[in-house]
Design a protein around this ligand. Structure first.
Ligand code: HEC
Length: 116
């Protein structure tokens, strides 16, 4: 009987852990949009028109139909990680190389870009 009082607590903890993972996967698109629009993070709107974003700049091309243009998500990841590899003259900051964004944050932004 001594171990019994612990059991409900363990079951509750397992239930919470099991519930957390799918919720996170579903929200990566929303997280990516938030990061892309956040002026202190991705700040992508300074240079790109993006559907749903306010006051965009036009230094870079409008971000749309990206899934058709870059079917391989690794290409989009590489562009955000360090566009200077494709174009040494680019204005676009190397978000990954400069550690402005983590790999996880870039992955969430790629999820969002693929919905545009
Ligand atoms: C300082 C301006 C600037 C910022 C900030 C910026 N970009 Fe760019 N981006 C550019 C420019 C300019 C290009 C055009 C390609 C080049 O210069 O090599 C580009 C190209 C791209 C492309 C390729 C588009 C295509 O149609 O081929 C993607 C995708 C992209 N940017 C995503 C982003 C994302 C996501 C962010 C925010 C995390 C961002 N950019 C922030 C300037 C910027």
């Amino acid at each position: 009987m001594t171990a019994f009082p612990c059991k409900p607590a363990i079951l509750l903890a397992l239930a919470l852990c099991a519930g957390a993972a799918p919720a996170q996967a579903q929200s990566t698109v929303a997280d990516g949009q938030k990061l892309a629009f956040d002026r202190g993070k991705g700040n992508c709107l300074t240079c790109h028109i993006i559907k749903g974003g306010d006051l965009p700049g036009t230094i870079g091309p409008e971000l749309k139909d990206l899934k058709a243009k870059y079917p391989d998500r690794n290409e989009l990841t590489a562009i955000i990680f360090d566009e200077t590899k494709r174009n040494p003259q680019t204005m676009m900051p190397p978000f990954g190389r400069n550690r402005i964004l983590t790999e996880q944050e870039i992955s969430a932004i790629v999820d969002f870009l693929q919905t545009l």
